[in-house]
Design a protein around this ligand. Sequence first.
Ligand SMILES: Cc1cc2nc3c(=O)[nH]c(=O)nc-3n(C[C@H](O)[C@H](O)[C@H](O)COP(=O)(O)O)c2cc1C
Length: 197
Amino acid sequence: MAEILILYYSVGGSVRRMAELVAEGVERVPGAAARLRTVPKVAPVTQSAAPAVPPDGAPYCELRDLESCAALALGSPTRFGNMAAPLKHFLDGTSVQWLSGALAGKPACVFTSTGSMHGGQETTLLSMMLPLLHHGMLIVGLPYTQAELMSTRSGGTPYGPSHFAGAADDQPVADAERLLCIAQGKRLAETALKLAR
Ligand SMILES: Cc1cc2nc3c(=O)[nH]c(=O)nc-3n(C[C@H](O)[C@H](O)[C@H](O)COP(=O)(O)O)c2cc1C
């Protein structure tokens, strides 16, 4: 069974919902299984540490989850046009995996959610790819054969799924956005299985 790691950070639930949809796409591929993981908030050292186990949602990611996965889907809210600090903080702790090439040759994809329609979905997705490329990962986007890329009135990009959540972060994932999340998960899992042959 190829384990596809879906590593995300979410405060308001939008990226978490997207992660669940990417997982749905992964699970549609026979021989692939989704592993949902998150990261804790970052805090100044003077503040108390997060509990070892999150109160709800996915467990915290461990470095061995990265080492053992067949593929990685990375999801973050857009924060000033970039990925959120807790996810970047986690990635900044992966020097050992970078040195050993633990992720080299594995496929990866990225997804994000924003509060405004043109608030940096594409910059966030592209910048999320940078550390993955440094790790030698093979970036898997979304092809325009996926009809929703043309018909969407909100999120969805060839760089990866995206969601326009609105200023209050309360808009449900639109149909086109949902289908693109599922398609991305499926495509990532299929690619992982092809590469493993
Ligand atoms: C500090 C901060 C910075 C943000 N920066 C942006 C931004 O640059 N562009 C944007 O459209 N939304 C921005 N947002 C809104 C979030 O990206 C949006 O609410 C997202 O859907 C949150 O995802 P979540 O519900 O998974 O936490 C920002 C939110 C916060 C708290």
